[in-house]
Design a protein around this ligand. Structure first.
Ligand code: NDP
Length: 281
């Protein structure tokens, strides 16, 4: 039996892929669709009476504590799998909290939208207790491809947040381009149909950048220099301003490049941006 705490959009997708299950949600109306194929518990206390792993998918770190703190004493010896999005430090805090109560804890980060759960393309990253990951692998694999990153409970979240940073900045870049074309009456849908395959093709360059970063050799052959990128970004900024569009997405990227040129690195490869970004550590 698996126990699900939280039946929002994601919690419902996770619970919907598992039988048998006990489900609980703060607002009981969200549990109604489960009444035929799951045991609906009216309280957290009643939900956790059942044996089996407790899968938590709530809004945020704070809500996880709000739900679990009052029943902490009853969770000793149990297994909690947290699929709520939390930052790495929040995941580590939850792991330490669980450890303090004798709870086996696995943290998960979902790289999928609810509609993808249980279908190809869904991935969930895990870290924390490896024995929980191994013991419940069949359950985890029902939701998507499961990958374990290590005993540090913050690692799954860290990978997730690194992945999402790429996604959100890409989306912002798309909005920027759509705004440039909108000034000429081009619908965003038309732009998206051209932008999507172009971006997909460009992601092939990530591995080349990665090889450069890992080698630390920004002077090697075949790299696009910071000076070249500066010229390209300057043109993009002029075109952006010409279309009456805000430069607030693009300008920080240009500033990064400019700072490195000003520091004397203009002939090095553009991947050197990595060094500038991590230098704030
Ligand atoms: P929803 O907003 O649909 O659901 C939030 C859930 O949290 C509801 O069950 C809500 O209960 C519950 N909740 C919020 N605050 C409290 C509280 N203080 N006490 C008890 N229950 C609380 O969000 P999702 O289901 O979409 O997301 C859940 C988690 O999954 C989030 O951390 C999200 O980042 C993550 N996730 C979601 C993805 C998505 O595409 N949706 C993708 C990847 C991760 P109630 O119904 O009573 O309000």
């Amino acid at each position: 039996m698996s126990i699900f705490l939280g039946l929002g959009a994601m919690g419902s997708a996770l619970a919907g892929a598992v039988r048998p299950a006990v489900v609980w949600n703060r607002d009981p109306r969200r549990a109604r669709p489960f009444s035929e194929h799951a045991a609906v518990a009216g309280t957290v206390e009643k939900a956790i009476i059942a044996d089996g792993p407790i899968i938590v998918c709530l809004f945020d770190h704070h809500s996880v504590h709000q739900v679990l703190d009052p029943v902490a004493a009853d969770l000793t010896g149990r297994t909690v799998i947290n699929l709520t999005t939390t930052t790495p430090d929040e995941s580590r805090e939850l792991a330490a909290w669980a450890d303090g109560h004798g709870i086996a804890f696995l943290d998960g980060a979902i790289l999928a939208v609810p509609e993808m759960i249980g279908k190809p393309g869904a991935a969930i990253f895990y870290s924390g207790s490896e024995s929980v990951f191994t013991e419940h692998r069949d359950l985890l694999d029902r939701w998507g491809e499961s990958t374990f990153f290590g005993a540090d409970a913050g690692l799954a979240s860290l990978y997730d947040m690194a992945m999402l940073t790429g996604m959100y900045t890409m989306f912002a870049g798309f909005m920027h381009g759509a705004a440039m074309l909108a000034a000429e009456g081009v619908p965003a849908t038309e732009f998206a149909q051209r932008q999507a395959p172009f971006l997909a093709a460009m992601t092939g360059g990530l591995l080349e950048y990665a090889a450069t970063i890992d080698s630390g050799d920004y002077a090697g052959p075949g790299q696009q220099s910071l000076r070249f990128t500066d010229a390209a970004l300057s043109a993009l900024l002029r075109a952006t301003t010409g279309q009456g569009v805000s430069t607030e997405v693009l300008r920080p990227v240009h500033d990064l490049v400019r700072r490195q040129i000003d520091a004397g690195h203009g002939d090095l490869g553009t991947a050197r941006i990595f060094e500038e970004l991590r230098s704030t550590r």
